[in-house]
Design a protein around this ligand. Structure first.
Ligand code: KIV
Length: 271
């Protein structure tokens, strides 16, 4: 007799229930099939196909150059791997800040061609009409406030956002607008912990923090940073769970030595 194990996919309503219960939501970025499979098997709630792929996958300084085609390629690989995790993909810079019809078309293309379950868009009231249109068409949208890297040239640096009263008030206004527009969650990036706590308490929808303290409803990290693949990026909020860079370096050095010394392949490793 075969027993089919039914795996229940994480949905937007499950995330909302988790907030109600006080169970923290776990999210990591992911850009490829193999890594996504490991993260999904380990039990991560949400996989974010972040446009940080522009930085950690492609080596660009900012997230601006990544295109919708690139993002669909990464997102479809992650979506094929995820059995339980919910998969969210970023819409890249330039795909949703203009005309509502264009934003809607980009959103539909991403959903149809990648197979992800939801989209993430950076910004507040400035893009609210476009978010409403996408949500009304049946696509779940996650907001993103605070340090929004697609606006890096407006900010000038990757420093903490909303430290001043005016920017904090605008962020709260944006958070309410996003909730009213139908967003199912909001990422809060690099803002004071106290502000993130206030916003999280004020909203019914979950907040997912990165550099926003521990009172948000969940946490997200860039997987390459938390696994220690990236070496040069070590912000205060980052906890590195592994030094994979060092481990890979050791393994590659061993391989080089084995090949050079003709130890590899040996009798049992050939046909
Ligand atoms: O692109 C990304 O990786 C992100 C996270 C940092 C939240 O937006």
């Amino acid at each position: 007799m075969s027993v089919n194990k039914v795996i229940k996919r994480i949905t937007t309503s499950i995330l909302r229930d988790m907030k109600t219960r006080g169970e923290k939501i776990t999210m990591l970025t992911s850009y490829d099939y193999s890594t996504a499979k490991i993260l999904d098997d380990a039990g991560i709630d949400v996989l974010l196909v972040g446009d940080s792929a522009a930085n950690v996958f492609a080596g660009y300084e900012t997230t601006l150059p990544i295109t919708l085609d690139h993002m669909i390629y990464h997102a479809s690989a992650v979506a094929r791997a995820a059995k339980r995790s919910m998969v969210i993909a970023d819409l890249p810079f330039g795909e949703y800040q203009g005309a509502t019809e264009d934003a809607y078309k980009s959103a539909v293309r991403m959903m149809k061609e990648s197979g992800v379950h939801a989209l993430k868009l950076e910004g507040g009231t400035e893009i609210i009409e476009n978010i409403k249109k996408i949500v009304q068409s049946g696509i779940p949208v996650c907001g993103h406030l605070g340090l929004t890297p697609q606006s890096i040239y407006k900010f000038g640096d990757f420093g903490v956002r909303a430290k001043e009263d005016a920017e904090a008030a605008k962020l709260k206004e944006d958070a309410i607008a996003l909730q009213e527009a139908g967003c199912f969650a909001i990422v809060l990036e690099k803002i004071p912990a106290k502000l993130a706590e206030e916003v999280s308490k004020m909203l019914d929808i979950p907040t997912i923090g990165i550099g926003a303290g521990n009172q948000t409803d969940g946490q997200v990290l860039v997987v390459n940073d938390m696994l220690g693949i990236t070496q040069e990026f070590k912000p205060k909020f980052l906890r590195q769970y592994l030094n994979l860079n060092q481990e890979i370096n050791k393994a590659v050095k061993n391989y080089i030595e084995d090949v050079k010394s003709q130890d590899y392949p040996n009798q049992t490793e050939q046909y």
